[in-house]
Design a protein around this ligand. Structure first.
Ligand code: FHN
Length: 468
């Protein structure tokens, strides 16, 4: 149903006067139609998203019975495991009470600002004391409400709380019939809503509900997402929902790649480029990203106005692999000294003619760039050996250039086209990951033109024109 923009503006203005009244309507059962629901989200988005847009970095965790089998979270389906055999594996799913506090401590020390835990993955096994789904970690395996330990750990460590909640469910027989039996689909949709209602009712303030597994019912109509999402939002109106139940909601979720978007976006990435669930550390270690590669992801996410959700698959006891803990610790050390270049950055990528993405500002040929107001941050992974570094494309020179991690001022010259930073030390000065951040401080947002002195890239001109 297409609604004229003028009418949408009227609806937004009406809702803005009292958004809570809309949630009250939903709680009474007077569900909003799609245009009104999206107007409600538009009017309340900036306040709801503020902490998330500052956060830039979260830790994802895939944890469940599959962690005890060590063959990835899709083994049950992809390897046709017998359900009884899979259930027997629950006995080896030996979460140790208190492990969640370690998760949260490691995440906080890594510089992450939120976590997202799989409360139930596609195998249908709930990690909480569900009265709706008795196939859970209190009745089987560790006999512990892991979600409760997790939310308490996040709060103790000052982290925002994300709960991953699958739509697709290989355990519940109604799901398998939901595309051919309308009664089975209705029962399954009600089951799915009730599980999410438990999570948003019994565990205090939750910050993110992270849907996944849209398969089979395929889209928001199939999943009746308009009904489910607004009812869940009415339980906790501040909550953030991702786009994986088929409606745009609060943020999009590119997976295993960093893809800037006009809407808020979050790239979810495995640590080992292979499995979300636990696999033997000795086998995956060679495929793990290095801390330097993860810092590069953080630069590209921040430059594009998005977040990085980096996954860890804990072992069956809930322990993070040592090699991952060590890498996360070094990333946290780097962020403590250089996080100003990442956290809260709001610049959006601008697309270059050939689609090559780069920020609204640039740096040396091999630098990563973020910017905020009159300040430009250049991550420098390859430190120049000749003691100098050129930064081109700026119409005016900065007032000051410094190293972010220690505040050391750097000398520079400007010839009208190039900023030449000089007297640089021979080795990279950043002690943790050898990724120093050079800060260019301008008096005002600088005029910038990528390769502004290259006639071939500027329709034959070599004059600067401020970036649009
Ligand atoms: O099927 C899942 C997969 O197991 C994993 O949970 C990822 C994480 O984003 N999501 C689905 C694949 O897109």
């Amino acid at each position: 149903m297409l609604v004229p923009e003028k009418e949408l503006a009227r609806i937004r203005a009406e809702i803005a006067r009292d958004p809570e009244a809309e949630y009250e309507k939903i709680r009474r059962g007077d569900l909003l139609d799609l245009p009104r629901y999206q107007c409600l989200l538009d009017v309340t988005r900036d306040e709801r998203m503020q902490w998330w847009r500052e956060a830039r970095f979260g830790i994802f965790m895939h944890f469940g019975i599959y962690s005890a089998r060590g063959a990835g979270e899709w083994e049950l389906a992809s390897c046709a495991v017998e359900p009884d055999e899979y259930l027997r594996s629950a006995e080896n799913f030996a979460y140790q009470s208190g492990a969640a506090r370690e998760w949260a401590r490691i995440a906080r020390e890594a510089g992450a600002k939120y976590m997202v835990l799989t409360t139930r993955h596609h195998d249908g096994f709930s990690l909480w004391d569900s009265k709706i789904n008795l196939y859970n970690s209190v009745n089987y395996g560790p006999h512990i409400d892991i979600v409760r330990e997790y939310v308490e750990a996040c709060r103790a460590e000052g982290l925002k709380i994300g709960l991953y909640s699958t739509l697709m469910d290989w355990h519940n027989p109604d799901f398998a019939r939901s595309t051919v039996d309308p009664d089975a689909r209705r029962r399954f949709l009600d089951y799915t809503y009730e599980l999410n209602r438990e999570l948003l009712t019994n565990y205090g303030k939750i910050d993110i509900l992270w849907y996944d597994g849209i398969f089979l019912l395929d889209n928001s109509i199939g999943w009746d997402a308009l009904r489910m999402n607004q009812r869940l939002r009415a339980l906790q109106p501040h909550i953030l929902l991702n786009d994986r139940a088929g409606l745009p909601e609060d943020f999009t979720t590119p997976e295993e790649r960093v893809v800037p978007n006009k809407q808020d976006w979050e790239s979810c990435m495995t640590f080992n480029q292979i499995s979300w669930g636990y696999v033997d550390e000795k086998l995956e270690r060679n495929y793990q990203y290095s801390p330097q590669q993860i810092v590069r992801m953080l630069f590209n996410c921040a430059a594009g106005g998005g977040n990085l959700l980096l996954n860890v698959g804990p072992d069956p006891t809930g322990k993070f692999p040592d090699s991952i803990t060590e890498k996360l610790r070094s990333i946290g050390q780097w962020l403590r000294a250089n996080g100003e270049a990442i956290y809260g950055i709001r610049r959006k990528y601008k697309r270059f003619a050939d689609g090559a993405g780069f920020g609204e500002f640039g740096g040396g040929a091999l630098t990563w760039v973020t910017a905020q107001g009159e300040t430009v941050y250049l991550g420098v992974p390859f430190w120049p050996k000749d003691g100098s570094m050129v930064v081109a494309g700026y119409a005016e020179p900065p007032k000051r250039i410094r190293l972010l991690h220690n505040g050391e001022e750097l000398s520079f010259r400007f010839d009208g086209r190039r900023i030449r930073i000089v007297d640089l030390p021979p080795e990279s000065p950043e002690p943790i990951l050898q990724i120093p951040v050079i800060v260019l401080e301008f008096d005002e947002i600088p005029a910038y033109r990528y390769a502004g002195a290259c006639a071939a890239l500027n329709n034959g001109n070599t004059v600067f024109s401020a970036s649009k």
